[in-house]
Ligand binder design. Structure first.
Ligand SMILES: Cc1cc2nc3c(=O)[nH]c(=O)nc-3n(C[C@H](O)[C@H](O)[C@H](O)COP(=O)(O)OP(=O)(O)OC[C@H]3O[C@@H](n4cnc5c(N)ncnc54)[C@H](O)[C@@H]3O)c2cc1C
Length: 500
């Protein structure tokens, strides 16, 4: 055994205790740290983050053009104004998060290169024991905490999802997943195929197109996009009037959320009109002769999958210029020169990019146990998409699909802080969600209703996720507009919470 493995195998010699332990320092973890500091001052807490820096999604994704697909007035926190154009690059988002950390003195609470490997709850001690490994020294570390706040996101950062296609090894050029973008990938004057037509493809293509000989966006089926100017009119007007940025942030958020609510309702109540609106915006860029029906008309109702915003129609401008094109077909197999399609056509390329999505990871690849019994989250029922039956003192942050993720980061944080204060005031050491007698005949369903929302990574990983019931308390209903009123009104004395 070499020294390295001896270190790895050794048990930690000391245990550090924190009132709250946060997993991850992405937008959720940094938000949790801010809210704990401001709403529960005096709380002794730490955030453990496996990467070398904060940012999560925005630091691990390095592909060209990486940017948000929703506006930063609502993807930004409610407490810190966003003062630039609404669709932002990863660099701008990281700068914003860095300011949140600095302005609120959060840096000393975050420990980087700490990968949490296991979390074990003991009812005898009313504590979680968290084991972590330091990535740089391979040292094993042990922590105990009263409350575990899971802000570790929903997908595996280390690798993306690439389907297995026939003969992939035959292709002579590089096959790249955007989650592992090689720094030295030279695509200048190269012919590129991007497989997929989600937000990642729609971001990558405009960023690369002018350097490449040609980019083909190869999709099995089309996706909806929204497009428009990368600006919010009301924010511009208020800025002209020299209104305080805090006010501009709040008013702009309200305006965006009001408009998004109206649009979401329309997709359910008048799906054909909503569809027409989306498609005519695309047609305005591509012209009446472009085959919108084949390449941009999805088979599903709008909002059943996330709709990316395309600022200034840049994706469509690339297509209009002829430097990019859309191919709607299925892959038969890879060849030495590119991809043979089921239609019989061969698409030639020097580089193939698989913008084919994520590997869902609901628990950050952490091994969980409750009182000595291995925990499988799929055996639990979710309390409002953030707590789980039979799992004490734990909250998970899972944001919105049809609105910005961070809206829920703030809402869940308010709830956690209220819960922690309630427990302190009542002397409770433990809170466990539990189905009430009136819930026992409730049907238990998959985490999301595929009729309502069905992105591929969720469908592939549904068996790993907790169950949902058919009552608002027992599901993550993805409805910010309802939850913004429901969350502050959650009765902490409800029978769904069992205290000890
Ligand atoms: C390219 C891309 C663009 C997106 N754009 C938008 C958008 O515009 N609007 C929107 O609302 N949503 C968007 N999303 C969804 C996005 O992931 C979330 O909005 C948000 O950034 C997630 O933040 P998070 O902090 O919850 O999770 P993450 O960003 O995934 O961060 C979680 C952190 O936890 C760490 N971690 C995980 N497991 C462990 C462990 N075991 N131990 C220690 N640390 C751990 C990770 O390293 C990571 O840093 C986008 C997603 C992607 C991939």
């Amino acid at each position: 055994m070499n020294v390295q493995t001896q270190i790895q195998a050794a048990s930690p010699t000391r245990t550090e205790h924190f009132d709250v332990l946060i997993a991850g320092a992405g937008i959720s973890g940094v938000g949790a740290a801010y809210h704990l500091t401001t709403q529960c001052p005096g709380t002794n807490f730490v955030a453990l983050e496996t990467q070398k820096t904060f940012g999560g999604t925005w630091s691990t994704h390095r592909y060209p053009g990486i940017r948000s697909d929703s506006d930063l007035h609502t993807f930004g926190y409610r407490f810190k104004p966003w003062t630039s154009a609404p669709i932002a690059s990863a660099a701008e988002i990281l700068k914003y998060m860095g300011e949140v950390i600095e302005e609120n003195d959060l840096a000393h609470h975050i420990r980087y290169q700490h990968t949490i490997t296991s979390a074990k709850w003991s009812s005898a001690d009313n504590l979680w024991t968290i084991e972590a490994v330091r990535n740089d020294t391979r040292e094993n570390l042990r922590f105990t905490t009263n409350f575990f706040w899971m802000c570790q996101g929903y997908y595996r950062h280390a690798e993306g999802y690439t389907p297995e296609w026939k003969d992939m090894a035959r292709f002579k050029g590089p096959i790249v997943h955007p989650q592992k973008w090689p720094e030295d990938l030279d695509y200048k004057n190269k012919r590129v195929i991007v497989i997929g037509s989600g937000a990642t493809a729609a971001t990558l293509i405009p960023a690369m197109v002018n350097d490449c000989a040609h980019v083909s966006m190869l999709q099995r089926s089309p996706t909806y996009f929204r497009t428009g100017r990368n600006a919010i009119e009301i924010a511009e007007q208020l800025r002209q009037l020299q209104v305080d940025e805090k006010w501009i942030h709040e008013i702009t958020r309200r305006k965006i959320l009001f408009d998004q609510d109206a649009f979401t309702r329309k997709t359910f109540e008048e799906p054909e009109t909503a569809k027409k609106d989306l498609l005519s915006a695309v047609e305005a860029y591509l012209g009446p002769d472009y085959d919108i029906k084949t390449h941009f008309t999805p088979r599903y109702r709008p909002w059943r999958q996330r709709i990316a915003f395309i600022p200034d129609g840049d994706l469509f401008q690339g297509i209009k210029s002829g430097k990019a094109s859309v191919v709607t077909d299925e892959i038969d197999r890879f060849t030495e020169k590119g991809i043979l399609l089921k239609s019989g056509k061969e698409l030639e390329a020097d580089i193939i990019i698989t913008a084919t999505g994520f590997h869902l990871s609901a628990n950050g690849d952490i091994e969980f146990a409750v009182d000595g019994k291995k925990l499988d989250f799929a055996d639990t029922v979710t309390y409002r998409g953030m707590m789980f039956t039979g799992v004490p003192n734990l909250v998970w942050v899972f944001g919105y699909f049809r609105a910005s993720w961070t809206l829920r980061v703030d809402l869940v944080a308010d709830f956690v802080c209220r819960l922690l204060k309630h427990m302190k005031a009542t002397g409770a050491k433990k809170v466990t969600p539990q189905l009430r007698p009136e819930d026992h005949n409730m049907p238990l369903l998959p985490w999301i209703d595929a009729e309502n929302f069905n992105p591929g990574y969720m469908m592939r990983g549904m068996h790993l996720l907790p169950k949902r019931g058919d009552k608002p308390e027992w599901q993550h209903n993805q409805d910010y507009w309802a939850e913004k009123d429901e969350f502050p009104a959650i009765d902490l004395k409800d029978g769904a919470f069992v205290y000890g």
